[in-house]
Write a protein that binds this ligand. Structure first.
Ligand SMILES: O=P(O)(O)O[C@H]1O[C@H](CO)[C@@H](O)[C@H]1O
Ligand code: HPA
Length: 313
């Protein structure tokens, strides 16, 4: 049977309506249902011995966080049946399993972004795979443009909350029929970026002499960067930086009962004056992120060392 025919049958069964009438996120969630994600997880689990408790998502240029992983076992996204591929520079497209600070982890060297053409639900498929692998904590990282005038390029910012216009306007990864085996229909996300975990990150920052900032991550869909008015809107509404990822991943992790801690590397300064020059350039962003990857590595490994075991149960 043709793939499109299979998809139509799935949508017909779930909605009793033609696929053309149903949103992309809902279709994705119908296609990648619990059983399909179980199959993907089984395929992966059969090829690695590590059973990770921590899932790490590496942002643009931050794949080197996986350098510290010991006893590495790698799986290319491209080899996994029905798994999306990474298409963005600075995102390799590899799962790295192993031990980091003696804890079993899986690192995603590469994430998926909605602007690559993947529905928001598809971008968060790996988070549901994390859940079925037994992951209890997600460490999410990204490269972001600094809005807060007090931020400098190269700063590390602990994310205390996000503000996502795409999510608020229904580019939401949990649209569609809900499967309670993953999580509840209505998800409370007031404390999505766990306060205790943020404090542990700050403690690590102090110990490592890293001057960590804290702030709100504003999400745009991309792939164009923000206009000055977009930026001013986000800044006036409490965002400290802006990027094109993270918030939908954190939302799905929270939904699945996975604790979340996240930080951004401020890779560029976003223009907030109308006559400013255009400052955002992806190659430059990846370059800056790579320059700061060592600090990110140290922060992640120190953070895992400091984790109380009961946070992983
Ligand atoms: O969020 P990560 O994946 O770090 O990447 C950031 O860098 C890219 C823009 O340069 C966008 O994808 C933005 O989200
Ligand atoms: O300035 C930015 N805007 C949006 N996304 C980004 N990711 C890194 N820098 C930026």
């Amino acid at each position: 049977m043709e793939n499109s025919e299979i998809l139509n049958q799935i949508v017909k069964k779930e909605f009793n309506l033609p696929a053309q009438l149903i949103s992309q996120d809902a279709i994705t969630n119908a296609y990648y249902n619990y059983e399909k994600i179980e199959e993907i997880t089984k395929w992966i689990s059969e090829r690695v011995t590590i059973r990770p408790k921590i899932g790490i998502i590496c942002g643009s240029g931050l794949g080197e966080i996986a350098n510290l992983v010991q006893n590495k076992e790698e799986i290319q996204y491209a080899d996994i049946p029905e798994f999306p591929r990474s298409t963005v520079h600075g995102h390799k497209g590899v799962f790295v399993f192993g031990h980091l600070s003696n804890e079993p982890v899986v690192c995603m060297q590469g994430r998926f972004h909605p602007y690559e053409g993947y529905s928001t639900a598809l971008c968060t498929l790996p988070v549901k795979v994390f859940k079925l692998l037994g992951v209890k904590l997600a460490i999410i990282t990204n490269a972001a443009g600094g809005l807060n005038p007090n931020f400098s390029i190269g700063d590390l910012m602990v994310i205390k909350d996000h503000f996502s216009l795409p999510i608020l306007s229904l580019q939401h990864p949990l649209v569609g029929h809900n499967d309670e085996r993953f999580g509840p229909r209505f998800v409370p996300i007031t404390n999505i970026y766990d306060k205790k975990l943020r404090q542990i990150l700050h403690d690590c920052g102090k110990e490592l002499n890293l001057d960590l900032r804290e702030g709100v991550y504003g999400t745009i869909s991309g792939p164009s960067y923000e206009t000055v008015t977009d930026s001013l809107f986000y800044l006036r509404n409490g965002a400290d930086c802006v990027g094109m990822s993270t918030s939908h991943e954190a939302t799905v992790a929270c939904y699945c009962g996975i604790k979340v801690v996240a930080f951004s590397i401020i890779t560029d300064k976003v223009a907030i004056e109308y006559d400013a020059e255009d400052g955002s350039d992806h190659n430059e962003i990846v370059k800056i992120a790579k320059l700061k990857a060592k600090d990110a590595e140290k922060l992640v490994s120190n953070f895992i060392q400091k984790l109380n075991q009961n946070l992983l149960e």
